[in-house]
Write a protein of this length. Structure first.
Length: 198
């Protein structure tokens, strides 16, 4: 992987600038141990009251589990994620006792996703998170209990040649920029306006 052209407003560790989410995967195989190492990092993410509400469902390419997860993506994501070395679906526990809502379940699952992404990056792999999932179908197929909420999916693997992607995706295959810190960080109270990235 080459260094990212991104620059930060303030000095941060280079992993935050170098990590991005390509869609072009190579056909180099991943092992189950690699996937479990990445999920091990996610296991150590912080969570409210240490409830650890994240749950992971994974499949390594070439296995029935991978094919099942792939079939639960929307066609757009299925088209490029089929080349990934592994797929992971992330869910979160919404309540542990059936009465009290775990209000930070999604926030905590997002924290675990970031840990997963950075661990993949440190292993020389790429991880691309997706919301393009069959949200009605997936919990049924994966046999979720009532208190498990599907959050997102992640394609993981080795970065491949951009030429493997359709033309319209090739032009998007580059590290994205971020809004300036001044647009998203407010001292004490809100000022300005809500801006979307260009």
């Amino acid at each position: 992987m080459t260094a990212s052209p991104r620059t930060s407003d303030y000095p941060v560790d280079k992993q935050f600038l170098d990590r991005w989410s390509p869609r072009a995967f190579s056909d180099k195989a991943m092992t189950e141990d690699q996937v479990l190492t990445i999920l091990e990092a996610a296991r150590w993410a912080p969570s409210a009251s240490n409830l650890q509400p994240w749950r992971f469902f994974y499949g390594v390419k070439g296995t029935p589990e991978f094919d099942i997860l792939l079939s639960l993506l929307i066609p757009f994501n299925e088209g490029w994620a089929k080349n990934a070395g592994a797929l992971v679906f992330i869910a979160s526990v919404t309540t542990f006792d059936g009465q009290r809502q775990n209000i930070t379940n999604s926030f905590d699952a997002g924290s675990a996703f970031m840990s997963l992404s950075l661990q993949a990056h440190s292993l020389g792999l790429i991880a691309h998170g997706m919301a393009g999932i069959e949200y009605d179908k997936a919990p049924v197929v994966l046999q979720f209990p009532e208190n498990l909420k599907l959050e997102a999916a992640v394609a993981i693997g080795y970065q491949g040649d951009v030429a493997t992607l359709p033309d319209f995706l090739q032009t998007r295959e580059a590290p994205s920029q971020r809004l300036p810190l001044s647009d998203i960080a407010f001292k004490g109270h809100f000022t300005g306006e809500i801006k979307a990235p260009a």
